[in-house]
Write a protein that binds this ligand. Structure first.
Ligand code: RIB
Length: 290
């Protein structure tokens, strides 16, 4: 089982002819809304990868729809209602599928230690705790998870060195993209091999991903599947949700990485975030050799 302490956002998508520069006003060519937040995306991805997942998070008085959708998507909601409005994200997407995102964290930063504690007391040793950096309470949850015998996975996004330092001593598997890995190396002055985490996975975009096992003292490179992206938003979250779900279901790391890469490849061919994350049948039905 996966316990995901994660953000829940209303995503507002703006298709733009190019990403706007400083001081620029740009008219969008299309607008859509959906369920998002790195945390919610990961929970939905894990559920679509056939894992049992509980989402620990918070929404405001305007967020009942998000809780209902998570439930509909197969996620157990351990979600508090708080007075602060639900988080939202304004996402600009250019014709190459690249994005930039402005976040309003809102209720995502109002999760109480009591709420985290109550949820995790139902966890069993060997379960996973998944964390990203769009909520409060990460260090508290990571400490408690280790006491309870859970495996802790931290996706260091959006990257913040202090936030990483607060949890890294409790983390079993650290997930970074290339930019985040460079930031971590620069910030700590240590190579990934000396960061003190057993397993580190670094996603490399079109180049695939690299698994650094600091216990085996080995590195494994998994190539990406070649696709033409229309929207890269949420692809990293899909990768993470699938990876953790696959490990939770007992797959070896190499196989889990391959499944996560397939899911992320399908995801970049879709517009949207949580609502459009592929399921296992979508992956099975797709010809990745084409
Ligand atoms: O990673 C994509 C996500 O980042 C979006 O769903 C948005 O809500 C932001 O959290």
């Amino acid at each position: 089982m996966i316990w995901n302490l994660g953000s829940i956002n209303a995503d507002h998508f703006y298709s733009v002819p190019r990403l706007p520069g400083p001081g620029e006003t740009l008219a969008a060519t299309a607008f859509r809304k959906g369920l998002g937040g790195k945390g919610a995306n990961m929970s939905v991805a894990a559920a679509r990868a056939a894992a049992r997942v509980a989402h620990i998070g918070a929404v405001g008085p305007d967020g009942g729809w998000a809780r209902d959708l998570l439930l509909e998507y197969g996620v157990d909601p351990a979600i508090a209602s708080v007075k602060t409005p639900t988080g939202h994200a304004n996402i600009c997407i250019d014709p190459a599928g690249e994005n930039n995102i402005v976040l309003f964290p809102g209720a995502n930063r109002e999760i109480s230690e009591d709420q985290i504690g109550q949820a995790l007391t139902e966890a069993s040793p060997g379960d996973f705790l998944l964390l990203q950096n769009e909520t409060n309470g990460q260090a508290h949850a990571a400490r408690m998870a280790k006491v309870l015998g859970l495996r802790v996975v931290y996706a260091a996004a959006p990257f913040d060195l202090d936030a990483v330092k607060e949890v890294i001593g409790h983390v079993d598997l650290l997930l970074l993209n290339e930019v985040e890995a460079a930031q971590l190396i620069a910030g700590t002055g240590k190579p990934i091999e000396e960061i003190g985490v057993r397993d580190v996975v670094i996603t490399l975009g079109a180049e695939g991903c690299k698994w650094v096992s600091n216990t085996r003292k080995s590195q494994h490179l998994a190539p990406a599947y070649k696709v033409t992206p229309v929207d890269t938003t949420g692809a990293g979250d899909t990768f993470t949700g699938y990876l953790v779900a696959s490990l939770d279901r007992g797959l070896e790391m190499e196989d889990a990485l391959d499944l996560a890469q397939r899911a992320a490849a399908l995801m970049v061919m879709r517009r949207g975030t949580a609502d459009v994350i592929p399921d296992l049948k979508d992956i099975q039905d797709h010809d990745f050799s084409a």
